[in-house]
Design a protein around this ligand. Structure first.
Ligand SMILES: C[S@@+](CC[C@H](N)C(=O)[O-])C[C@H]1O[C@@H](n2cnc3c(N)ncnc32)[C@H](O)[C@@H]1O
Ligand SMILES: O=c1cc(-c2ccc(O)cc2)oc2c(O)c(O)ccc12
Length: 368
């Protein structure tokens, strides 16, 4: 978009500006259409069908009554426009043109199939849950209030932190754990692909701190059976979870103590916390990997914000939105390399190494 310095815009600049505003104002409508598609199970239904589905076939599978078929077509039109389904025409003649439309999966919709390794449907459902979205409506009010309590717009809206909310609401706890666990197998694979099996070789014990329901640890424990894995998380997260021969779930508080181990993993943990809190967590991790005079390591999976010159526009956009989401719901933040280095130094670590994984994720290995 051209910049204007005399306050006079050409007609075409005005049209472009309006299109830009409309697009952003309506982004939430396409987001909610995506959520609705996931709620209804549209991608999975198309997948199981195996070939293009007509509108009446799709409606019948989704239990949408005949009286609502024309409304379903309008949802499908938005999903086709945003690339989540492909829309075609059936060869069979039909009096009503809309009934002759067919729908099939696109390469993009495969990323939201339920049960797909690394599939994003649990994350979409979590992020677009009203419990997470409502605080975004209070962001302005929260920014204008002088007081730093409540610490987040989430706490302003709900009167408690995300972790307290999840401890009391079975549905949100389940959705949060599913969302976080969903990229575990992909991250485990990427870590080994990018850093080689030596990343875990020689280690006898690893603690996944704030490891949730073990999305990553289960995969890693199978791939590295000689390593003893432990997942440390809050009581309501690990309650009732069954471990395996080399995987244990333990409840605890990472601000108080981390069990001694050769290595500690922190996946999507430090972006949830302020700098002071992150330094505290890192200190507990340093104590854990330094017990009995050993020098282990801490492995962090998180976002590293690059310079504007090195970040692609899409990657930068995702990282900045993550930063705002972390600010809104957990009082956390995304960091650039300089900010990460400062945390490591304050927590008493000597060295670190960053390995970009894929998209917006990085592995940071930190050594005492
Ligand atoms: C964003 S999730 C990441 C989960 C997991 N590492 C993953 O990537 O799948 C943050 C996790 O930190 C846990 N957590 C929050 N406060 C904690 C604390 N004080 N001690 C231990 N775990 C905590 C939450 O319950 C949650 O499972
Ligand atoms: O909504 C989220 C999403 C993430 C997340 C999911 C998948 C990734 O590959 C990276 C990050 O992390 C979150 C998080 O740490 C949190 O405290 C709340 C929400 C989310």
């Amino acid at each position: 978009m051209g910049s204007v310095d005399n306050g006079v815009m050409s007609d075409s600049e005005i049209v472009q500006a309006h299109a830009h505003v409309w697009t952003h104002a309506f982004n939430s409508i396409s987001s909610m259409s995506l959520k609705c598609a996931i709620d209804l199970g549209i991608p999975d239904t198309l997948h199981h069908h195996g070939h293009p589905m007509t509108l009446p076939e799709l409606a019948a599978e989704l239990s949408v009554p005949t009286s609502k078929v024309a409304f379903l077509r309008r949802l499908m039109a938005v999903l086709a426009q945003t690339g989540f389904v492909s829309q075609g025409k059936s060869a069979a003649k039909n009096d009503q043109e809309q009934l002759g439309l067919t729908y099939s999966l696109t390469p993009i919709s495969r990323a939201i199939l339920k049960g797909e390794p690394g599939g994003l449907s649990p994350i979409v459902s979590f992020v677009l849950n009203p419990i997470i979205q409502d605080p975004l409506h209070c962001l302005g009010e929260w920014l204008k209030s002088e007081s730093l309590t409540p610490r987040t717009a989430f706490a302003m809206k709900h009167g408690k932190s995300l972790w307290e909310y999840a401890a009391q609401d079975v549905g949100l706890n389940h959705s949060l754990n599913e969302a976080m666990a969903s990229d575990g197998p992909v991250i485990a694979k990427l870590m080994v692909e990018k850093r080689g099996r030596q990343l875990f070789q020689g280690l006898r014990t690893v603690v996944d701190v704030g490891g949730g329901t073990g999305g990553l640890a289960r995969e890693a424990a199978e791939a590295f059976p000689q390593v003893e894995w432990m997942v440390l998380d809050l009581p309501h997260v690990v309650a009732g979870l069954e471990g395996t021969r080399n995987l244990k779930f333990v409840s605890g508080d990472m601000f108080k103590a981390v069990p001694p181990a050769d290595a500690v993993l922190l996946k999507w943990i430090l972006h949830d916390w302020s700098d002071d809190e992150s330094v505290e967590i890192l200190k507990r991790c340093k104590e854990a990997v330094s017990s009995n005079g050993k020098k282990g390591k801490v492995m962090i999976i998180d976002i590293v914000i690059g310079d504007e010159s090195e970040e692609g526009e899409v990657s930068m956009g995702i990282k900045l939105c993550f930063d705002l989401l972390m600010m809104t719901i957990v009082h956390g933040k995304e960091r650039n390399e300089k900010e990460w280095a400062k945390l490591f130094q304050e927590a008493g670590f000597a060295e670190y190494k960053i390995t970009p994984l894929e998209g917006f994720r990085s592995l940071i290995e930190v050594y005492p």
